[in-house]
Design a protein around this ligand. Sequence first.
Ligand SMILES: Nc1ncnc2c1ncn2[C@@H]1O[C@H](COP(=O)(O)OP(=O)(O)OP(=O)(O)O)[C@@H](O)[C@H]1O
Ligand SMILES: [Mg+2]
Length: 329
Amino acid sequence: MPRLIDGLDTGSWRRPHVVMVMGKGGVGKTTVGLRLAYELASEGLRVLVASLDPAGHLLEYLGLPGPLREVEAAPGIRAVQYEVEGLARRVAEEYSLLLRRLMPGLQALSLEKAVEVIREAPGFEEEVFLRILSGLYERRDVDVVVVDMPPTGIALRVVSLPRLHLFWVERLRELRERIVAVKYAIANALGRRPEADDPVLRKLGELRDRYSRLQAEIADPRRTSVVAVATPEPLPVYEVGVIAERLRGHEIALKMIVANRVLGERAEALGLTGIEKQSLARLEETRCKLSPPPSLSVIAHMGRPPSSFEDVKQLGGYIVKVRHGCSES
Ligand SMILES: Nc1ncnc2c1ncn2[C@@H]1O[C@H](COP(=O)(O)OP(=O)(O)OP(=O)(O)O)[C@@H](O)[C@H]1O
Ligand SMILES: [Mg+2]
């Protein structure tokens, strides 16, 4: 019986390996993520399923109350649903304290106001997701983390953020180095002892190290696999094309495409054969344009919506095929 993990290079993985599941809302990201977790745990790997998608149904699926602290959801599978709002608030507080320390002029702004301003800043949500992701790469107690990613637009911005941060941090470091040099020269000219350590430069140095490590982890196929899911319909398939394109731009490999809820012969009775065929052909085109091409896994429609972990086990019988290269027909 074909397995989804046959489409991934598990043999080359370094631990913890992060599998990011992306795709349009409702296509089956949570289902596919759980199925992957089940297959990986069956191989004896310790798996953590982490949902960053506030609308995701991970908890319902596992019959767990939410939002939850991490729990053992099934043998070898831990699960956690992140509560992004609360985290966002804490990160915003942290930033406003830091800002007030670095820029004393901001003391006039109440802490509450500063937190609010930061919380609403463009890109802030992505920053919070990035922090969570960064923490997941540091988990030494699991072998694999399967991440149920937020909606595509946000997910793509999150994975491209380390590079963007690095760009800014480098520019800021250059600026700060110039300021420090001037401060040094002034202190010397006045016959004062210049300060040996600059806290801003130190902080920027820490940030640069953190983001370059994260950037390297995300772009390393031994540490990260991205899986894009689509149902055989125009919009989900289009979105996989966007994911493929954007990841390529960031030198992040798309490892596997999953075509989910494929009707096959049943499409005819519903008059959907044309749409389904065209959509699958589009997926294949997207896949084979990439080098190396990601694998393609096809999962048939179960005939009913899977809604429990038991159903996720049953889903194995609906995995139609897992295809590697592009020369085969
Ligand atoms: N192969 C399948 N056959 C039949 N139904 C399926 C299949 N895969 C998923 N479903 C059903 O499709 C619906 C969406 O699946 P799921 O919740 O996994 O998608 P999602 O992409 O995570 O959605 P969201 O964006 O809302 O988080 C669910 O009702 C699920 O039970
Ligand atoms: Mg989901």
